[in-house]
Write a protein that binds this ligand. Sequence first.
Ligand code: FAD
Length: 447
Amino acid sequence: MSDTSAAVAVAVVGAGVTGLSLVHHLTERGVAAVAFEARDRPGGVVNSERVDDHVLERGPHRVRRTGPVAELIDDLGLGDETVEADDDLPLYVYRDGELRVVPRSVGEFVRTDLVSGRAKLRALAEPFSRPGRGDERAADLFRRKFGTEVYESVIEPLFSGIYASDPAEMPARHALAGLLRTEREHGSLLAAALARVDGEAAPPVSFEDGLGRLPRALYEAHADRVRLATPVETVRRPDDAGDTVANDGPVYEVVADGRRLRAERVVVTAPAGAAADVLRETAPDAAAALGGLAYNPIAMVYLRADVDREGFGYQVHSREDLRTRGVTFVGSLFDREGLYTAFLGGMRDPDVIDATDDELVRTAVREFEAVLDAPAEAVDVHRLRAYPAYDASWAALSELSLPPGVELATNYTARIGVPSRVREARSVAGRLAEDLGEAEGDEVVEA
Ligand SMILES: Cc1cc2nc3c(=O)[nH]c(=O)nc-3n(C[C@H](O)[C@H](O)[C@H](O)COP(=O)(O)OP(=O)(O)OC[C@H]3O[C@@H](n4cnc5c(N)ncnc54)[C@H](O)[C@@H]3O)c2cc1C
């Protein structure tokens, strides 16, 4: 290993949207930060590619322009490139051969044909049920509080769509931690869920070149602080650990590409398996816990069809005999004519990761044509194992303890959506700036 070492206030492992937002907000506060990224491109799961003139999303297709996201868009001057979807577009559940609109308010719920009148009354009595418990599975909790029909017809398709998971395998304390907390404040899960929908009422947006534009712009703004194609090998305490960069805080050594960077604080944003690898030396127990977390696989089949269906897309009812879990109407959301993304896989269909492209394309095309009654052709296929499962393996996190100065800011220890990632990065940056003192200077010091 080279003897070269340098010093920085904060080292960030991973330059996905969390790591990049963290560098952005730390830099804004005058705190010197460097992010290491294993891949040769920034963005992590937020990644867009052009194939045959189509903008294809390899991960999320849209983000809600909540406060922290709007602020980032402004900071980066991306306003003119932003494209906004109509938030009133319908979202459907496919059941019994029909697409049925999902209600998004109590009024719509009362009018919906998705569930029977009896099921509606049963669900609206939820505020009189006992509060949710952390040790219940999400499926049992929802059934108990809203009834089986509402659970199966509305909640299950949406919930398993968001997490590519199976609510029957997800303890509420991991899968619904935030909602259980707000249930205590509002006195009912329904009120808590409606308050959350209200609180997040920000339009879904993307960019002309796809969502990948956001991390690319963050990278361009901070290229001197982001090292691509530089996987962190380990984080450890240096032999002369008494040294500090500026304050009397703990000091770590981040080893990457045969070089060592000293940092007062280390924030790990990498997926659990990778986080386990880099923390093994410094925090073996935490690494063992992180290494056991399960992720769900999905496959995306990008389809083109000569039909422009209006809406966000549809989720498939679990009793339908389809392998497709849901379809996003990309054309309708962002004027990408005739483009659809079919999602297959998830916790109940792990074999999707090993299926051939031909098999996935045949299935996705056949099922799309059956649901939308329009011929389709496949543009591309993409697979990834990037959805935290929030299943029983998350129990290992209850005892997670990291040494002072090392922390996680990730979508498997907090909320998964991009707005939450940006919000967490901003709040971690604020806290670190306060801890470290804002007058760190913004240079990386070569020692
Ligand atoms: C298919 C899919 C669809 C989604 N849809 C939506 C949506 O519609 N709306 C929404 O808001 N959210 C959505 N999400 C969730 C959201 O996209 C993610 O939670 C978020 O982008 C995660 O960002 P991150 O930076 O925390 O993690 P990641 O994107 O996983 O970034 C972590 C980075 O760490 C790097 N890394 C790993 N090991 C090392 C190492 N040793 N050294 C250095 N770097 C390392 C990785 O290469 C990666 O770039 C979706 C997620 C997926 C997978």
